[in-house]
Design a protein around this ligand. Structure first.
Ligand code: PMP
Length: 397
């Protein structure tokens, strides 16, 4: 059996219509099929390959660490230099008082840890999250997700979760002294790139302070330079109490984190001890890759180029069929009339070697979130193909 047949036979499927693109090698913004066909990855493996596929510095750091050790011991017992150095490098990107890092394996796990920490630290029962939020697929993360279609079949979920409108000032009144945490995507991703205004984030921050509620920012998709700042909350003049990250953090290796202040994080160490534990969280090889990723983002000055590159996309993607483009940096949603209009465009672009996608909760917009290393000429090439894919269904020949 070939790989495609084995994929369909033995791998669990999550839809009846997988993309079925087979990739043999990836480098920079490109992926290559076994037949040598080249694909431009305009979605970064869903927000992961911010510094491109197989960045040489990440490969080098990974190989160096492989030569030293892989897994040694569950999280938090042995002193492992890659973990300590990564934690320090993360804290150096952050304002005070965010100075303490808990390393995990994925975005969902970062959310799980953050929710537990907020409940444990505050002793309060309620969690607020936003309508149309996506925070992951595990039970806690799904509970604070804001899309009923994806939740309904899995109830009962976590009790004590209430939803507010993202960006809605009136709903801030629902945050009260019983609320342990508000968890919010700084930029809503799967809702189709929705960005609340600075005044909203500042009012949210004030409300959390007034009620003794921890503010958890989910930057699993928006962090690591994607929006044109290292962290998306920097756009809004706020600092969260707990910050969640993953995806772009590992430069292609699996890793996530939730980050807070030391005195908050300390709640996991007592009554009972081992308040949150993980075997593989902070895997040394992933930590080495993540540290290299931070260095690449900084040394190659990639974040400062994000806005200019995003503007180029916006200048080039002008067409009567494109209704609007929502973006925060290179996290972009190109809106069309409907799913039916967009579907053949995405399919055609893929067949011509440009990979874009939809959003989980927004099927009339094209997801564009390329590696931040994309060049101006690559952006021009990608947009030319997308525009041709828009035109072609009108003039099939
Ligand atoms: N939060 C956000 C904002 C995300 O975009 C995602 C992944 N799409 C997650 C959480 C969950 O991350 P993971 O798939 O690594 O569990």
């Amino acid at each position: 059996m070939n790989s495609r047949q084995l994929f369909l036979q033995n791998l669990a499927q999550t839809t009846d219509f997988p993309l079925l693109i087979e990739i043999e090698k990836a480098e920079g913004i490109y992926m290559y099929g076994p037949d040598g066909k080249r694909y431009m990855d305009l979605i970064s493996g869903i927000g992961v390959s911010n510094i491109g596929h197989r960045h040489p510095k990440v490969i080098e750091a990974t190989k160096d660490q492989l030569d030293k050790y892989m897994h040694l011991m569950v999280y938090g017992e042995y002193v492992q230099t890659p973990q300590s150095q990564l934690a320090k490098a993360l804290c150096d990107t952050l304002p005070e008082p965010l100075d303490n890092v808990y390393l995990v394996n994925s975005g969902s796990e970062a959310i799980e840890g953050a929710l537990k920490l907020a409940k444990r630290y505050t002793g309060k029962p309620k969690i607020m999250s936003c309508i149309n939020a996506y925070h992951g697929s595990s039970q806690g993360a799904l509970s604070v997700g804001g899309n009923e279609i994806f939740k309904r079949a899995y109830r009962p979920l976590l009790p004590g979760v209430e939803h507010i409108v993202y960006g809605g000032f009136a709903d801030l009144e629902k945050i009260d002294r019983q609320t342990a945490a508000v968890v919010i995507e700084t930029v809503q991703g799967e809702a189709g790139v929705k960005v609340a205004c600075t005044n909203y984030f500042q009012a949210l921050r004030r409300k959390c302070d007034e009620t003794g509620t921890l503010l958890i920012c989910d930057e699993i998709q928006a962090g690591f330079g994607r929006t044109g700042k290292f962290w998306a909350f920097e756009h809004f003049g706020i600092v969260p109490d707990i910050l969640c990250c993953a995806k772009g953090m590992g430069g292609g290796m699996p890793i996530g984190a939730f980050i807070s202040r030391k005195d908050v994080m300390q709640a996991f160490a007592n009554n009972p001890i081992l308040g949150h534990i993980t075997t593989f969280g902070g895997h040394p090889v992933s930590c080495a890759a993540s540290l290299a990723t931070i260095q690449v983002l900084q040394e190659e000055n990639l974040i400062a180029q994000v806005e200019r590159k995003a503007n180029l996309f916006k200048q080039l993607l002008i067409h009567p069929k494109i209704k609007r483009i929502r973006n925060q940096g290179l996290m972009m949603a190109v809106e069309f009339e409907s799913f039916d209009v967009l579907k053949p465009i995405i399919d055609r672009a893929i067949s011509w070697g440009v990979i874009t996608d939809w959003f989980l909760f927004c099927d009339d917009a094209m997801r564009i979130a390329p590696p931040l290393i994309i060049t101006e000429s690559q952006i021009r090439e990608a947009c030319e193909i997308i525009l041709r894919a828009i035109e072609e269904p009108l003039n099939p020949s």
